[in-house]
Ligand binder design. Structure first.
Ligand code: G3I
Length: 347
């Protein structure tokens, strides 16, 4: 009798424990992929980082390793080494790979920035780049940021840059068509920043999405970078997600992080009150995404790298920041648990 009872408890633990353990991860409490951008070198060299990425995320983006200046450093030389290594890691761990980014005015190699040939030859170079990279990863990369940051800062007009000067204002559409020719199964996304600051930009993105649909330019999604600051308005976050969803396209929160060290708070101290505001806004964004974006359009939430010490904000702005869900030692922060609890309580 006692043995039978013991066996029953054992069997119960065997089934219940793994289910509970799984619920202890954000990724297992949402219906869409949870992503992180990664640094290929860190992934190779740091086991703690690598194991954390494999455990916590089911989608990855190369933070820099697939940008044009890395993957196509010379006119006649492509270097897929690091990109391939990220894709192999993803495959080993059953993760989706989101490609970032085929074309970006700021991610171009010197040889193309200084290109001396005709406009037509320049265009051929960009087309060749897109089609070579997309073909290389055909069947391995689920989706691409085809063009990043096409619109000018806080504006609904095309950014003045070498791409626009040489290829014309409509270069965005051309890039999408070329990418589609190379892999008709890859989902194609237009990635932008700053719609949480600029209504003009939000309207510009929507106008482009609707125009592409009308012209049958193959576009599948919109990337909302969401490099937020703790004082971004919640109403605007909701409005951005709601309005963009009306396009019917997939919505990817593609580069999520949240600065705390801003404005009057710029004291380089991560106080308890700042932590609290930040954690509430992380929870808010997850809830808003859940509520405002229809399930079929949820492409995922991707953080821009993993632990606070990996953030681009520190080297870029030469100051300390803590914008992510994991700390400098790759431990979950209170914000992680706050998001987790909020998701679990709603199930
Ligand atoms: O790897 C080299 C290193 O060898 C060298 O010693 C060091 C010295 O400058 O530079 C290192 O490369 C830097 C790289 O980040 C890796 O840390 C580049 O200089 C630096 O420009 C690069 O910055 C990246 C930036 O895009 C420009 O490509 C950031 O990491 C990356 O987070 C940022 O990501 C962008 C998205 O692609 C688009 N949206 C905005 C977002 C933030 O700017």
């Amino acid at each position: 009798m006692r043995i039978v009872f013991g066996l029953q408890v054992f069997i119960l633990i065997l089934f219940v424990y793994p289910a509970n353990a799984q619920k202890g991860y954000i990724r297992n409490n949402i219906s869409y992929p949870l992503g992180a951008s990664v640094d290929g070198k860190l992934l190779l060299n740091n086991a703690v980082y690598r194991n954390l990425v494999a455990a916590e995320f089911n989608s990855i983006t190369a933070e820099n390793d697939m940008k044009m200046y890395r993957i196509h450093p010379e006119e006649n030389r492509y270097d897929f080494t690091m990109g391939d290594s990220i894709v192999a890691f993803a495959k080993r761990n059953n993760m989706r790979v989101h490609g970032h980014t085929l074309v970006w005015f700021s991610g171009m190699p010197d040889w193309l920035k200084q290109f001396k040939g005709s406009n037509l030859k320049f265009e051929e170079q960009v087309k060749h780049h897109i089609q070579t990279v997309v073909s290389h990863y055909k069947g391995k990369i689920a989706s691409w940021d085809v063009v990043n940051e096409y619109l000018a800062h806080e504006s609904d007009s095309v950014r003045t840059c070498i791409l626009q000067e040489k290829m014309g204002d409509d270069y965005l559409a051309k890039c999408f068509q070329w990418a589609h020719e190379a892999d008709p199964d890859a989902l194609l996304i237009y990635n932008e920043y700053g719609m949480e600051w600029s209504e003009k930009k939000l309207q510009g993105i929507i106008r482009i999405a609707m125009d592409f649909k009308k012209r049958k330019i193959p576009i599948d999604g919109l990337g909302v970078q969401f490099h937020l600051k703790i004082f971004n308005s919640n109403d605007t976050i909701v409005r951005v997600l709601r309005e963009l969803s009306k396009t019917g396209l997939k919505i990817h929160i593609s580069e999520f992080d949240m600065m705390v060290n801003v404005g009057e708070n710029r004291k380089n101290v991560y106080t308890d009150s700042l932590k609290k505001v930040q954690q509430e806004k992380f929870v808010f964004v997850f809830n808003a995404y859940q509520k405002e974006v229809p399930d079929a359009q949820k492409y995922g939430i991707t953080f821009w790298n993993v632990g606070d010490k990996d953030t681009w904000l520190r080297p870029t702005y030469k100051m300390i920041e803590w914008p992510l869900l994991f700390d400098d030692d790759y431990q979950r922060k209170a914000a992680y648990y706050a998001v987790l609890e909020s998701l679990r309580s709603k199930k």
